[in-house]
Write a protein that binds this ligand. Sequence first.
Ligand SMILES: O=C(O)C/C=C\CC(=O)C(=O)O
Length: 300
Amino acid sequence: MKFLTLEQGQLGALIEDEGQQQVVDLTAAAKLFELEPLPMTLAEIVGWTDEQVAALWGLAQVALDKGVSCRAYSEVKVIAPIPQPRRNILCLGKNYLDHAKEVAEKMQASSDAPEHPIIFTKATTSVIGPGDDIPAHAELTRKLDYEAELALIIGKEGRDIPEEQALDHVFGYTAINDVSARDLQKDHVQWFRAKSLDGFAPMGPVVVHRSVMPEPKDIQVSCHINGEQRQCANLDQLIFDLPTIIATLSKGMTLLPGDIIATGTPAGVGMGFRPSKYLKSGDEVVVSVSGVGSLTNRVV
Ligand SMILES: O=C(O)C/C=C\CC(=O)C(=O)O
């Protein structure tokens, strides 16, 4: 079950039909079939139960079978799944050991695995969707970098969530690019500004419901720049795995439906190369996550 957000903010379902990728406008289909409750946006359904989500998927199948409210994926404009998150994106820093090592020298930081999860946030206004341009912000940075990551979307509110129950609080998964201005990251010490400029959080193209997401050991996160593979790692290489991330973040702080958590980036960021391989205008950046697909953006 893959959900997405269409150009006007409507909820969509991405369905494979006879080898073709089709998108059902669920908002339009639900109106047509006079169904209640009317799903209007992806942000609204993240709190739905498995039964409600399954019923919604049934609606998508019916609409597809009847040929109503559906179009080829190639013909629709998809925006970020949650274009205006209710609060900042929660992010993990240095959560793959090889990445912690590759950035250590440049940032005069330790190359050891962090003892505790490193947590920072990205501003809600940094979110853009698939196909949108990443502004180079050349007046502010000469060290524009990419970071491919798996992100999870919280579905069920919770505080002090035990690790064993952590994944039950996830609605689904998507891909995110934690675009970073390395010079600002160094200058300002705190990472917030360097990672929050407008356009610094490309996200999507779909949210995969947790019930159909591959096992962590089968999830690969990769990044290609102009077709050259720069990053590629498996999710089981995370230093702090998904249950640990959710349990840690929720200790004494309530996680809310719609919260987005970016789980960290593997080795191979531009800053890690000798010499560095920072992004420049015209570069095509493709972040891929198994199960989710590819998120493509161009730097302008
Ligand atoms: O400043 C540091 O110590 C680390 C630099 C990069 C890590 C990073 O941005 C991340 O998200 O991981």
